[in-house]
Design a protein around this ligand. Structure first.
Ligand SMILES: CC(=[NH2+])C(=O)[O-]
Length: 130
Protein backbone atom coordinates (compact mmCIF):
# COMPACT_ATOMS: atom_id res chain seq x y z
CA UNK A 1 0.00 0.00 0.00
CA UNK A 2 1.03 3.58 -0.49
CA UNK A 3 0.05 6.49 1.75
CA UNK A 4 -0.45 10.08 0.60
CA UNK A 5 -0.96 13.36 2.41
CA UNK A 6 -1.55 16.77 0.88
CA UNK A 7 -0.67 20.26 2.10
CA UNK A 8 -3.53 21.47 -0.10
CA UNK A 9 -6.11 19.70 2.03
CA UNK A 10 -4.85 20.76 5.44
CA UNK A 11 -3.74 18.62 8.31
CA UNK A 12 -5.59 15.39 8.94
CA UNK A 13 -7.67 15.74 12.08
CA UNK A 14 -7.08 12.24 13.40
CA UNK A 15 -5.01 9.08 13.01
CA UNK A 16 -5.43 8.52 9.28
CA UNK A 17 -3.90 9.47 5.90
CA UNK A 18 -5.54 11.66 3.29
CA UNK A 19 -5.33 8.84 0.77
CA UNK A 20 -4.24 5.22 0.68
CA UNK A 21 -3.59 3.35 -2.55
CA UNK A 22 -4.01 -0.41 -2.59
CA UNK A 23 -2.92 -1.42 -6.04
CA UNK A 24 -4.90 0.57 -8.58
CA UNK A 25 -7.58 1.61 -6.10
CA UNK A 26 -7.25 4.81 -4.08
CA UNK A 27 -9.23 5.39 -0.90
CA UNK A 28 -9.59 9.09 -0.10
CA UNK A 29 -10.49 9.97 3.47
CA UNK A 30 -13.44 12.15 4.35
CA UNK A 31 -12.88 15.75 3.30
CA UNK A 32 -14.45 18.63 5.19
CA UNK A 33 -14.57 22.40 4.54
CA UNK A 34 -11.58 23.34 6.69
CA UNK A 35 -9.02 25.69 5.17
CA UNK A 36 -5.64 24.03 4.46
CA UNK A 37 -3.68 27.00 5.80
CA UNK A 38 -5.32 27.47 9.20
CA UNK A 39 -7.74 24.59 9.76
CA UNK A 40 -10.67 27.01 10.11
CA UNK A 41 -14.16 26.24 8.85
CA UNK A 42 -14.75 28.02 5.51
CA UNK A 43 -18.22 29.42 4.78
CA UNK A 44 -21.59 29.21 6.41
CA UNK A 45 -23.70 28.01 3.47
CA UNK A 46 -23.71 24.56 1.93
CA UNK A 47 -22.48 26.06 -1.35
CA UNK A 48 -19.47 27.74 0.27
CA UNK A 49 -18.63 24.70 2.34
CA UNK A 50 -18.98 22.37 -0.65
CA UNK A 51 -16.55 24.49 -2.69
CA UNK A 52 -13.90 24.23 0.05
CA UNK A 53 -14.49 20.52 0.57
CA UNK A 54 -14.06 19.86 -3.13
CA UNK A 55 -10.93 22.06 -3.27
CA UNK A 56 -9.52 19.89 -0.48
CA UNK A 57 -10.51 16.76 -2.40
CA UNK A 58 -8.74 18.11 -5.47
CA UNK A 59 -5.61 18.70 -3.37
CA UNK A 60 -5.62 15.09 -2.20
CA UNK A 61 -6.20 13.80 -5.72
CA UNK A 62 -3.25 15.85 -6.99
CA UNK A 63 -0.96 14.60 -4.21
CA UNK A 64 -1.71 11.05 -5.36
CA UNK A 65 -1.27 11.88 -9.05
CA UNK A 66 -5.00 11.67 -9.74
CA UNK A 67 -7.66 13.92 -11.18
CA UNK A 68 -11.43 14.14 -11.01
CA UNK A 69 -11.75 11.68 -13.88
CA UNK A 70 -10.16 8.96 -11.71
CA UNK A 71 -12.98 9.11 -9.15
CA UNK A 72 -15.16 6.00 -9.26
CA UNK A 73 -17.40 6.65 -6.26
CA UNK A 74 -18.06 9.25 -3.60
CA UNK A 75 -19.88 9.11 -0.31
CA UNK A 76 -21.47 12.34 0.88
CA UNK A 77 -22.74 13.10 4.36
CA UNK A 78 -24.98 16.15 4.85
CA UNK A 79 -26.14 17.31 8.27
CA UNK A 80 -29.39 18.44 6.62
CA UNK A 81 -31.01 16.94 3.57
CA UNK A 82 -32.45 20.41 2.97
CA UNK A 83 -28.94 21.14 1.61
CA UNK A 84 -29.21 18.41 -1.04
CA UNK A 85 -29.99 20.76 -3.94
CA UNK A 86 -27.40 23.35 -2.92
CA UNK A 87 -24.78 20.66 -2.57
CA UNK A 88 -25.63 19.14 -5.95
CA UNK A 89 -25.34 22.53 -7.63
CA UNK A 90 -21.66 22.89 -6.65
CA UNK A 91 -20.81 19.19 -6.92
CA UNK A 92 -22.20 19.02 -10.44
CA UNK A 93 -20.09 21.99 -11.55
CA UNK A 94 -16.98 20.46 -9.99
CA UNK A 95 -17.48 17.08 -11.66
CA UNK A 96 -18.19 18.55 -15.10
CA UNK A 97 -19.28 15.69 -17.33
CA UNK A 98 -17.79 13.04 -15.00
CA UNK A 99 -20.42 11.12 -13.06
CA UNK A 100 -18.97 8.82 -10.36
CA UNK A 101 -21.24 6.45 -8.47
CA UNK A 102 -22.40 8.07 -5.25
CA UNK A 103 -24.08 7.56 -1.92
CA UNK A 104 -25.52 10.65 -0.22
CA UNK A 105 -27.07 10.48 3.21
CA UNK A 106 -27.92 12.53 6.24
CA UNK A 107 -25.53 12.62 9.19
CA UNK A 108 -26.33 13.63 12.73
CA UNK A 109 -23.16 15.63 13.31
CA UNK A 110 -19.89 16.31 11.51
CA UNK A 111 -16.61 17.46 13.03
CA UNK A 112 -16.20 21.22 13.77
CA UNK A 113 -19.83 21.92 12.89
CA UNK A 114 -19.24 21.26 9.18
CA UNK A 115 -22.36 20.88 7.04
CA UNK A 116 -20.85 18.09 4.95
CA UNK A 117 -18.14 15.48 4.65
CA UNK A 118 -17.25 13.64 1.48
CA UNK A 119 -14.97 10.69 0.80
CA UNK A 120 -14.05 9.05 -2.49
CA UNK A 121 -12.72 5.92 -4.12
CA UNK A 122 -10.61 6.40 -7.22
CA UNK A 123 -9.06 4.09 -9.75
CA UNK A 124 -5.92 4.52 -11.80
CA UNK A 125 -4.91 2.04 -14.43
CA UNK A 126 -1.39 0.71 -14.71
CA UNK A 127 -0.03 0.94 -11.18
CA UNK A 128 2.02 -1.96 -9.91
CA UNK A 129 0.40 -3.84 -7.04
CA UNK A 130 2.02 -2.66 -3.79
C1 LIG B 1 -12.42 14.12 9.20
C2 LIG B 1 -12.09 12.71 8.96
N1 LIG B 1 -11.88 12.33 7.76
C3 LIG B 1 -11.98 11.78 10.04
O1 LIG B 1 -11.92 10.56 9.77
O2 LIG B 1 -11.98 12.18 11.19
Amino acid sequence: MKFYNSNEAGEVVGPYSHCVAAGNTYYISGQVPLHPANGQLVGSTIQEQTVQTLCNLRGVLQAAGLSISNIAKTTVFLTSMDDFDGFNEVYSEFMGTHRPARLCLGAGEIIHGCLLELDAIAYKKGREQE
